[in-house]
Write a protein that binds this ligand. Structure first.
Ligand SMILES: Nc1nc2c(ncn2[C@@H]2O[C@H](COP(=O)(O)OP(=O)(O)OP(=O)(O)O)[C@@H](O)[C@H]2O)c(=O)[nH]1
Ligand SMILES: [Mg+2]
Length: 430
C-alpha cells in the first residue's frame, strides 16, 4: 500500500439528496474502482436502482436503498496521484446528524456538496458549522446537479455566493468551488466541455491538492476513540477507530476508558495485532483508521465512545460527580438556555452523553472574547459563553489545549445542533 503518499480522511457532507453518495460513486466509477457491471446491476433493480445507481455504491443497507437516503456513515478507500484517501460518506437527512458527527470527527478535510437546484439549505449550514467545530480546517465545495440548471454560469455563481458567505462567516478561507454533475460525470474526474466558463480544478484534482496534514500529533499521549467493536473469527475482539494522537505499536499495553471506570476494573491488555484496510501494521499514526486486537479484552467490555490510551497516560474521564468548564457558542435554541437545562446530548469524538448546564459563568463578545456579562441569567442563539457542564454518565473528554482532537464538542437537542464548544478545564470531585 502507498505508505509514501500522505494519507487523508475526507468526509462528504451537505443537505439531504444533494448528491454526496452519487458523487462518491461517480468518483470511484470514473477511476475504474467500481466495475461497470455493478452499476448495470443496480440499474436493473427497478426505478430506485436506476436513480440511485451511483449512490448505491456507498448506500449498502437495505433501509438506505428502500428510502433512497444515506443513514449511517460508510467508508471507502481511494488513491489520487499524490494522496492516499479514505472517503467517508455522511448522511444529509436531519434525523441522522449524529452519524454525520461521527463521520466528521474522523476527517481531516470535507467536501461540501450543494445542489445547484436548491442552494444552501438547513443541513448545508448545520454540517458546515459542525465541520468547523470538529476541527476540519480544509474544505472543498462541489456545486452539484449542474446538468439540471443547463450548466448555467449564473445559476452556479448564485449558489457559489451563498456558500462563500456561509463558509467565510465560519472562518474558512481559500476553498475551491467546483461546478459538477455527479450524474453526468462533469468535472468529477473528467473535465467538462459543457462549462467552458469554468477553469478551476476538477473535484479529483482538488482532492489531490489537499494540503498534507500539519505535523502529526505523534508526541501527544495516545488516544483512539472507538467507533465500532467487532468479533472476528481467529482474531478475537477487534475495536475499530481512528488514531487521533500518539502512536500505537504492537506489544503496547492499552487501557479503555470510561469502560474501566464504569466496570470498576481496568479493561486493558497487550496489543497483539493492528491492521488498516485489511493489511497488518506494526505501528499506527494519527489519521490512521485501524482495527486492533487486545489480549484479554472481550466484545462486551468496550463499545463505541470508549477511548483507548496507554496505561501510563490514560484517557481523562469525567464522571457525574465531576464537572468541566467549556466555552460554547449557541447556534440554535428556540428560547434560552438557563442553569439546569438538561438533558441535551453532548457529542464529542465518537461518544454521546447527556449533560446538565450547572453554571453560566460569563457571556462573551463572540468577536473579541471579552466578558460582557458575569453570571448571566440565560444565554440564547448567537451568544458565546463560559459554562460549567456535568455529564450524566462517565465519559472521556480532554482540555482542548492539551488534546484538541478530543476537546471539541457539539450539543444537540430536539433534533438539532443547539451549541458547539470546547473544553477549557476539568474539575475532578476529589
Ligand atoms: N440530475 C442529477 N441528479 C443527481 C445528481 N447527483 C445526484 N443526483 C440524484 O439525486 C438523488 C440523491 O442523490 P444521493 O447521492 O443519494 O444524495 P445524498 O446527498 O447522498 O443524500 P443523503 O445521503 O440521503 O443525504 C439521486 O436520485 C441521484 O441520482 C446530478 O448531478 N444530477
Ligand atoms: Mg448519501
Amino acid at each position: 500500500m502507498a505508505k509514501e503518499k500522505p494519507h487523508v480522511n475526507i468526509v462528504f457532507i451537505g443537505h439531504v439528496d444533494h448528491g454526496k453518495s452519487t458523487t462518491i460513486g461517480r468518483l470511484l466509477f470514473d477511476t475504474a474502482n467500481i466495475p461497470e457491471n455493478i452499476i448495470k446491476k443496480f440499474e436493473e433493480m427497478g426505478e430506485k436502482g436506476k436513480s440511485f445507481k451511483f449512490a448505491w455504491v456507498m448506500d449498502r443497507l437495505k433501509e438506505e436503498r428502500e428510502r433512497g437516503i444515506t443513514i449511517d456513515v460508510a467508508h471507502t478507500k481511494f488513491e489520487t496521484p499524490h494522496r492516499y484517501i479514505t472517503i467517508i460518506d455522511a448522511p444529509g437527512h436531519r434525523d441522522f446528524v449524529k452519524n454525520m458527527i461521527t463521520g466528521a470527527s474522523q476527517a481531516d478535510a470535507a467536501v461540501l456538496v450543494v445542489a445547484a437546484t436548491d442552494g444552501v439549505m438547513p443541513q448545508t449550514k448545520e454540517h458546515a458549522f459542525l465541520a468547523r467545530t470538529l476541527g476540519i480546517n480544509h474544505i472543498i465545495v462541489a456545486i452539484n446537479k449542474m446538468d439540471m440548471v443547463n450548466y448555467d454560469q449564473k445559476a452556479f455563481e448564485k449558489v457559489k455566493a451563498q456558500v462563500e458567505k456561509l463558509l467565510k462567516m465560519l472562518g474558512y478561507k481559500d476553498f475551491p468551488v467546483i461546478p459538477i454533475s455527479a450524474w453526468e460525470g462533469d468535472n468529477v474526474v473528467k473535465k467538462s466541455d459543457k462549462m467552458p466558463w469554468y477553469n478551476g480544478p476538477t473535484l479529483i484534482e482538488a482532492l489531490d491538492q489537499i494540503p498534507p496534514e500539519p505535523p502529526k500529533p505523534t508526541d501527544k499521549p495516545l488516544r483512539i476513540p472507538i467507533q465500532d467493536v467487532y468479533s472476528i473469527k481467529g482474531v478475537g475482539t477487534v475495536p475499530v477507530g481512528r488514531v487521533e494522537t500518539g502512536v500505537l505499536r504492537v506489544g503496547d499495553v492499552v487501557i479503555f476508558e470510561p469502560a474501566s471506570t464504569i466496570f470498576h476494573k481496568p479493561i486493558q491488555g497487550e496489543v497483539k495485532s493492528i491492521e488498516m484496510h485489511h493489511e497488518p501494521l506494526q505501528e499506527a499514526y494519527p489519521g490512521d483508521n485501524i482495527g486492533f486486537n487486545v489480549r484479554g479484552v472481550g466484545k462486551n467490555d468496550i463499545k463505541r465512545g470508549d477511548v483507548a490510551g496507554h496505561t501510563n497516560n490514560p484517557p481523562t474521564v469525567v464522571r457525574p460527580k465531576d464537572t468541566f468548564k467549556a466555552q460554547i457558542i449557541v447556534l440554535n435554541h428556540p428560547t434560552a438556555i438557563t442553569v439546569g437545562y438538561t438533558p441535551p446530548v453532548l457529542h464529542a469524538h465518537t461518544t454521546q452523553v447527556a449533560v446538565r448546564f450547572e453554571q453560566l459563568l460569563a457571556k462573551l463578545d463572540p468577536r473579541t472574547g471579552n466578558v460582557v456579562e458575569e453570571n448571566p441569567q440565560f444565554i440564547k442563539t448567537g451568544d458565546s459563553a463560559i459554562v460549567i457542564l456535568r455529564p450524566t454518565k462517565a465519559m472521556v473528554i480532554e482540555p482542548v489545549k492539551e488534546i484538541p482532537q478530543l476537546g471539541r464538542f457539539a450539543i444537540r437537542d430536539m433534533g438539532q445542533t443547539v451549541a458547539a464548544g470546547m473544553v477549557i478545564s476539568i474539575q475532578k470531585a476529589e
